[in-house]
Design a protein around this ligand. Structure first.
Ligand code: NDP
Length: 276
């Protein structure tokens, strides 16, 4: 499958992000290079890592070894909570960049609002500076609730391009998605497969059987048709390829509604108000 078959989402600053990317949460650094290499060989061009994952070095190694031109790649990394604050953010960004072996990233995210620290507005000023300096092509946030976004927007000159949130059929985030649309913030779905927890649902299985696809492919298709940016993770080459093979079928409106109706407020990760 050619990378050019992946649609892009145009962010609020005009930058285009591939709608389907590859996540590396919980992949040890020494296994990350192989996983990212398999993803790049499959055709993924967008890679999602974070300082806290401890595998930016492994990602960087795969990017360098791929020989792909930098402008064909879209690299996202994230600022960890302990590094929030204006100066600390700038330092943490330099460290991430050095580990990745890059001179800029395409998207830099504040990983969590960490409201008890009350530093995300200072951190955001640092991201605004990095964007102005061209060291990040787009600035965004992750795990921000509407209240955090409103408070950020009150003092920001730049509107976040992206909010990366937990989103899957078990947690469809209708309210946040509406808020994002109203504010021109793109929705990016993390744990898009709910780390596997939604794949054995009979309704998903029935749709998968009807198309000769897997439950994971149905769920990724659901994300794409909702308009989400989606970054499934796998260390298994066959699954890495399977998760990319989702552009030759489409769910009907009724099938979309069926998958959406599986929402049961299921969180696989922490609540954003509580992680600091
Ligand atoms: P996912 O929802 O992507 O699920 C990954 C799990 O599903 C793995 O156990 C994987 O197994 C399995 N899997 C993948 N593909 C298939 C398939 N086709 N069939 C069956 N099982 C499959 O979980 P993640 O939590 O990793 O989320 C994806 C990415 O989102 C992360 O890697 C990270 O980049 C980002 N993220 C961001 C967060 C944030 O706070 N901003 C928080 C969490 C994630 P295996 O690998 O063994 O093949």
């Amino acid at each position: 499958m050619a990378p050019s078959t992946v649609p892009t989402v145009t962010l609020n600053n005009g930058v285009e992000i591939p709608q389907l990317g590859f996540g590396v949460f919980q992949v040890p650094d020494d296994r990350t290079t192989a996983a990212v290499t398999a993803a790049l060989e499959t055709g993924y061009r967008s890679i999602d890592t974070a300082a806290i994952y401890g595998n930016e070095t492994g990602v960087g190694r795969a990017l360098a070894a791929s020989g792909l031109p930098r402008e064909e790649l879209f690299v996202t990394t994230k600022l960890w909570n302990a590094d929030q604050g204006y100066d600390a953010t700038l330092r943490a960004f330099d460290t991430s960049l050095a580990k990745l072996g890059l001179d800029h990233v395409d998207l830099y995210l504040i990983h969590w609002p960490a409201p008890a620290r009350d530093l995300y507005r200072d951190s955001w000023r640092a991201l605004e500076r990095l964007a102005q300096e061209g060291r990040i092509r787009a600035a965004g946030v992750s795990n921000f609730q509407p209240g955090h976004l409103r408070r950020l927007l009150d003092s920001a000159t730049l509107t976040p391009a992206v909010n990366q949130i937990e989103l899957h059929p078990g947690l469809t985030q209708a309210d946040l998605r509406t808020f994002h649309t109203e504010h021109e913030i793109a929705t990016e779905a993390w744990s898009p497969l709910a780390q596997g927890a939604v794949l054995d649902h009979p309704a998903v299985g029935a749709i998968a059987t009807a198309y000769g696809k897997s439950p994971a492919q149905v769920v990724i298709r659901w994300h794409l048709q909702l308009g989400n940016i989606v970054i499934p993770k796998s260390v298994t080459p066959a699954r890495i390829r399977q998760n990319f093979d989702v552009f030759d079928f489409a769910l009907t409106e009724e099938e979309m509604r069926t998958v959406t109706s599986l929402d049961r407020g299921l969180r696989t990760g922490p609540h954003p108000d509580e992680l600091n």
